[in-house]
Design a protein around this ligand. Structure first.
Ligand code: ADP
Length: 488
């Protein structure tokens, strides 16, 4: 039998040992009758001696096989049959001599005592087997566990070592048992086991202690240990049991994640710095170019031909656009560099500030801007106002034929707040839902709708900086709702 099927067999539900109670009853009857026939067969030898004690044998066997019910049945049958067929006068349910009456009573007593004794023996045997099964099951659980489970004495000598310990540390049970636990972490590597055993001696447990262990082949693994005292019957600590889980893969994944996050932070920092330096330092020469081209336009527009005037107009226009782009890039990079730490901020104050900056546009478009109850959150108030300003500004800009209807709301979530800014504008086709949050990405020509495509990128960057998420739900022609979350 393979070890797996052995374990499976141990876990099968077991019935009580011996014959099932009811199947032993006919057998008890048969045994008593066979004994009666035997006794009657011996009539020529024993003449009138009933030899009632012979019937103790079938009672004993019945009770052994079927417990108290079969024993009792055999006793009753034996008493009736011996009374009728053996004890004089034979053929009647009557016992003439007082000696026979005594013997007959003796048969009853012995029969009942044997039945009761056998039943109690049965029960004891069943109890024993159950506890043996339970121990075997426990041993099989320990053996088939994926965690290393080992036992050691209080001076650190290994006394038990399961299969997972063999796999994890590379030592077989016969190699490990009897050795000191420090072979897995030699003292020169800063073995913490003596300190742990000291706590165990005082009856304390050590839960999920992370450390490194050395395998037989010299390689290291990371393990999480839980060490508990092993108690004797009188409650004194006699050793320690350790459950060790191999967390090497988890540790490696954590380390990789840490390195990636560090790398990401560094490269984000570099990029931010680059965007800032580029946009900031480009402003000065650009201002010079714009200034001189405009000077050229003012001074020479009538002196040159129409073609030259057109070229100068292009140059002025291009320089202005470049200035706008550079300003936007600078604003984008400043989300990180100039952002203030999050403080307790009333979102409706930030919202009203945004509306004040947009009042001309709201009036001009006859927009209806409403808001639900807005909460107090942890945020950079200036940046929160900027999000509202950009989103409501877009809702005004990308309006449909009807006057804009803009609704701002906030809903409580498990770990923060979910804000929404909904409008009845031109909407966004599903395939552009991610693209619009990228820097300088727009869906329309500048002639149709002015802008550079920085507004949503700034919003998303602010939300990211606060640890939240931002997305849009929209259908082209059916308005849009922008969502963002702010964690507590
Ligand atoms: P900009 O407004 O300068 O174009 P944004 O980053 O604010 O830049 O927006 C990017 C694009 O997302 C816009 O060009 C527009 O196509 C789309 N968009 C943003 N807000 C809305 C809105 N409320 N309704 C429809 N489209 C929108």
């Amino acid at each position: 039998m393979s070890s797996n099927s052995k374990i499976a067999a141990l876990f099968k539900r077991r019935g009580s040992p011996g014959l099932a109670d009811w199947t032993a009853l006919p057998l008890a009857a048969l045994l008593v009758m066979a004994t009666l026939l035997l006794r009657r067969g011996l009539d020529f030898l024993l003449s009138d001696e009933p030899l009632l004690l012979l019937f103790v044998l079938p009672i004993l066997v019945s009770a052994w096989l079927g417990g108290w019910r079969a024993g009792l049945l055999a006793t009753v049958l034996a008493a009736l049959l011996t009374d009728y067929f053996l004890l004089p006068p034979r053929g009647e349910f009557r016992i003439a001599s007082p000696i026979d009456q005594l013997r007959w009573a003796e048969l009853w007593v012995v029969g009942i005592v044997v039945s009761v004794l056998m039943e109690s023996l049965h029960r004891q045997r069943r109890r024993l087997e159950r506890s043996r099964d339970a121990s075997r099951r426990l041993a099989s659980i320990v053996e088939s566990s994926n965690d290393a489970i080992l036992g050691k004495t209080l001076d650190g000598t290994i006394v038990a070592w399961n299969a997972a310990a063999e796999r994890m540390y590379g030592y077989s049970a016969s190699e490990a048992v009897g050795k000191g636990i420090s072979m897995l972490a030699p003292p020169e590597d800063g073995d913490e086991m003596p300190a742990i055993l000291e706590r165990i001696k005082h009856g304390q447990r050590v839960e999920r202690f992370e450390t490194r262990r050395r395998r037989k082949d010299g390689s290291w693994i990371h393990v999480a240990l839980s060490v508990s005292p092993v108690l004797a019957e009188d409650g004194s600590v006699i050793g320690a049991s350790t459950i060790a889980r191999d967390i090497t893969a988890q540790k490696k994944a954590e380390e990789d994640l840490r390195l990636t996050a560090e790398e990401l932070r560094r490269s984000n920092g570099d990029l931010e710095q680059f965007a800032y330096v580029a946009s900031h330092d480009l402003q000065e020469p650009l201002r010079m170019v714009t200034g001189f081209v405009q000077l050229l336009q003012r001074r020479y527009s009538t002196r040159l031909d129409a073609e030259a005037d057109k070229y100068i107009d292009f140059a002025v226009d291009g320089a202005k656009r470049m200035q706008t782009l550079i300003n936007d890039l600078l604003a984008y990079s400043r989300v990180g560099t100039r952002g203030r730490p999050a403080t307790t901020t009333a979102a409706d104050v930030a919202f009203r500030r945004a509306l004040a900056n947009l009042c001309a546009g709201i009036e001009e478009t006859a927009a209806e801007v409403t808001c639900g109850e807005l909460p107090v959150v942890r945020a950079d108030d200036g940046q929160l106002a900027q999000i509202f300003q950009n989103l409501v500004g877009n809702a005004l800009k990308f309006r449909a034929a009807a006057p804009p209807k803009i609704r701002v709301e906030a809903r409580r979530q498990d770990d923060g707040w979910l804000f929404s800014v909904g409008d009845n504008g031109i909407g966004i086709a599903p395939e552009y839902r991610d693209r619009i949050f990228m820097i300088f990405q727009r869906l329309h020509a500048r002639r149709e709708y002015p802008g550079t495509g920085i507004g949503l990128a700034i919003c998303k960057r602010i939300v990211d900086r606060h640890g939240g998420r931002m997305w849009v739900e929209s259908q082209a022609g059916h308005g849009s709702t922008f969502y963002f979350t702010l964690p507590d």
